[in-house]
Design a protein around this ligand. Structure first.
Ligand SMILES: [Fe+2]
Ligand SMILES: [Fe+2]
Length: 206
């Protein structure tokens, strides 16, 4: 299935993100096709994060343009994983220090790729580079903290971790929504607490 016809439609709101509605360079769509072909898990995760981000933005009563942009950012946030080794992406066991460093290079790789094109909005670039930052400064790649982390990135980190935990992985089964919510609420310093409460309320009512 070609990415050009894919719609990301949320089941928890009427938010719809259609990649073809953005003036994106064809090379970006080709890269999304590549992600789907070589790393189905990350591709599905990206679609799910796009849905969650668009739905959460709608829940926060953001403007329609912002909702669409956050959906697009969700779809592209892990695009840098197309440059990672399949052996590392698919490794079932614990990663070595070198493999972890390789894995953690995906935000910068994605940001570098997307920055080549003048067509990618700043908020999408910000989310791509910073979606693994944590409010307490323990994230990567830039160890941003507190107010250095933008609202769109705070939204992205919540949606990204939530979907990762409620989805099965090679090395563990899917967590239940309840276990995921409990873990995120006690992960002190990771997430914006006010946004997290609102997000968990949204997904608990879907
Ligand atoms: Fe990521
Ligand atoms: Fe992700």
């Amino acid at each position: 299935m070609g990415l050009r016809s894919v719609q990301v439609a949320s089941s928890i709101s009427s938010a719809v993100v259609e990649v073809t509605s953005f003036d994106l360079d064809p090379a970006i769509l080709t890269r999304l096709d590549l992600l789907q072909a070589r790393d189905e898990t990350t591709f599905r995760h990206s679609q799910a994060v796009a849905e969650l981000m668009a739905a959460f933005a709608r829940h926060l009563m953001m403007e329609p343009d912002s909702i669409r942009l956050l959906g697009l950012a969700g779809l592209l946030h892990d695009i840098g994983k197309t440059e990672l080794s399949i052996a590392v992406l698919d490794k079932p066991g614990r990663l070595t220090a070198n493999e972890m460093a390789h894995m953690r290079s995906h935000p910068a790789r994605g940001h570098r790729f997307l920055s080549q094109f003048g067509s990618v909005p700043d908020v999408v670039l910000d989310i791509c580079l910073h979606h693994h930052e944590r409010l307490d400064g323990t994230g990567y790649p830039d160890r941003l903290a507190g107010a250095e982390i933008s609202l769109p990135v705070r939204i992205a980190t919540i949606c990204d971790v939530y979907d990762a935990l409620v989805s099965p992985r090679q090395y563990r089964p899917a967590w239940t929504p309840k276990d995921t919510a409990d873990w995120m609420l006690q992960a002190d310093g990771f997430f914006d607490p006010d946004l997290l409460r609102q997000f968990l309320h949204l997904v608990s009512t879907k």
